[in-house]
Design a protein around this ligand. Structure first.
Ligand SMILES: [Zn+2]
Length: 505
């Protein structure tokens, strides 16, 4: 079965043939690119008129959490609640037997904090409630959740003057609480949440998504999740964050990690910094893995021919991760079969950037972080002061020779690649702004390299998968300040239209 997608302004992202006007697709792959609609086509070729839309390779989201994104959508997204009362009323309305909701941000709540344990108990005395902070690196729980999840003895349980838990969890207590709560949800519930998120990714033009699986699950559970990923309507690359390399090897994928935590987050003040937080003197965050532990992990992965990325946000964490990769390069030479990565890579020095470039690091970045929390009076400045100006140095990293890959870290930010590109092009620091072409590469051709898929995805050419997005008008011709408003008309995965905007016939 062949389909001709015609009447399009196609940007292939391939230097060999940068533009075309039509595309013949067969069995999910691009058969050939054309400059116009051909004559003499076989009768059974389906014709799809793209109505002069701008077509790009389907966008990649190189770091997202599908099930979490689906679970925290709609009414379970408390991001719009402006005060504690609104959050409590929302909790009363939702009837889940175990309530997992959240995405709160202190600076958007009148009281500048989430509800505490007592306030949560008042509206939910028996049912467990866990509200995540938007970054996922801390949460608020009620007494029933604290009891059910059994994290009381772990690091990160906040306590009042009398030693009683306030309900606020961070660090290990937070990660364990969330992981144990997930384990209580049925596989069907998690898969339907993943499907919901997959649909919204498709509506945003995303055709490939790295599904980062936080925590460590059993081999059987991981195998089930990997199998279920293949049933979703876009190309999903599941990535276990287990540090057990031999177990990961059995999953049959060449890439893993993404959120193997070297540190926490800026928002939760757990990202490992080299000097204290501005708004919490004396506190420098938390380092979970040092360079020696990371080297051991990286080295074992390289020996097993597996690529991985680790989560590093603060400068102290990034320093450890780079040092570990440097040691791997010193031992193994240039890493040709490996795509060494650091995910997030937010608080850096020029020295970090230079060393990351020399190692040929892949940086799985989230430009939307700068859009939401960068700039004067932003959350990053509140936490870090002037150091915030050296965050998310996209252009510097590109200049130094790093491979930039784009992602959302959804549910931390929306599954929205156009917003990510918008953020990269309109970075708060003018020196760190990408051109729209560079931003596109980070979400298409360069992104595909992170999972060794540049031979099948990320560009449009004969023989490649027919994964593409149709947008109302070319991004290159838009005002940079309007890129986030570009409208996706259709999203095609393996030649099949998986999303179509409603007003289009
Ligand atoms: Zn992360």
């Amino acid at each position: 079965m062949a389909t001709l997608f015609t009447n399009a302004r196609i940007t292939t992202m391939s230097p060999i043939r940068p533009h075309a006007a039509a595309m013949l697709v067969q069995n999910g792959n691009i058969e050939r690119l054309l400059d116009s609609r051909p004559t003499g086509l076989a009768k059974d070729v389906e014709i799809v008129d793209l109505q002069n839309a701008a077509v790009y390779p389907g966008f990649h989201d190189c770091h997202a959490h599908l099930a979490d994104a689906g679970l925290l959508a709609g009414d379970h997204d408390f991001g719009s609640c402006r005060n504690i009362d609104a959050m409590l009323r929302r909790i009363e309305r939702l009837d889940d037997p175990i309530l997992y909701a959240g995405n709160f941000e202190e600076q958007r709540i009148d009281e500048r904090r989430p509800p505490n344990r007592k306030e949560l108990d008042a509206v939910s005395p028996l049912r467990p409630v866990l509200l995540t902070r938007i970054d996922g690196h801390s949460c608020a729980v009620n007494s029933a959740a604290l009891e059910l999840l059994g994290v009381d003895g772990l690091e990160g349980v906040e306590r009042d003057g009398e030693g009683i838990p306030t309900g606020r969890l961070s660090m290990l207590a937070n990660y364990e609480a969330q992981h144990r709560l997930f384990a209580k949800l049925s596989r069907a519930a998690l898969q339907s949440a993943a499907l919901r998120a997959a649909r919204s990714a498709l509506a945003a033009g995303i055709t490939t998504l790295h599904n980062v699986l936080v925590g460590d699950d059993s081999e059987d559970d991981l195998k089930a999740i990997y199998r279920a990923s293949a049933e979703l309507p876009l190309h999903v690359i599941p990535k276990s964050c287990s540090t057990n390399v031999q177990k990961v090897k059995k999953l049959g994928s060449r890439v893993f990690g993404g959120d193997i935590f070297v540190d926490g987050s800026i928002g939760s003040r757990t990202a490992a910094l080299s000097s204290p937080y501005r708004d919490r003197p004396g506190q420098e965050g938390r380092l979970y893995l040092d360079r020696n532990q990371l080297f051991e992990l990286f080295d074992e992965a390289v020996e097993a021919r597996l690529s991985l990325g680790v989560h590093a946000i603060g400068d102290r964490a990034i320093d450890e991760a780079i040092a570990a990769w440097e040691k791997v390069v010193a031992k193994h030479g240039a890493l040709k079969d490996i795509r060494p990565a650091i995910d997030h890579f937010e608080v850096t020095t020029p020295d970090h950037i230079e060393r990351a470039g020399r190692c040929g690091l892949f940086l799985s970045t989230q430009p939307t972080f700068d859009y939401l929390w960068g700039g004067a009076h932003g959350m990053y400045e509140e936490r870090l002061g002037d150091r915030a100006r050296g965050m998310n140095r996209l252009k510097s990293a590109l200049r130094a020779g790093c491979v930039l890959c784009g992602g959302s870290d959804s549910p931390v930010t929306k599954l929205d690649a156009l917003l990510g590109m918008h953020a990269a092009v309109n970075h708060h620091e003018p020196d760190e702004r990408l051109t729209i072409e560079e931003a596109l590469r980070a979400y298409t051709s360069d992104a595909a390299k992170l999972a060794f898929e540049e031979g099948t995805r990320g560009t449009l050419a004969a023989g490649m998968r027919a994964d593409f997005v149709a947008i109302e008008q070319p991004l290159e011709s838009m005002e940079p300040s309007r890129i986030k408003d570009a409208r996706v008309i259709a999203t095609v995965v393996g030649g099949a239209i998986q999303f179509r905007a409603e007003s289009v016939a």
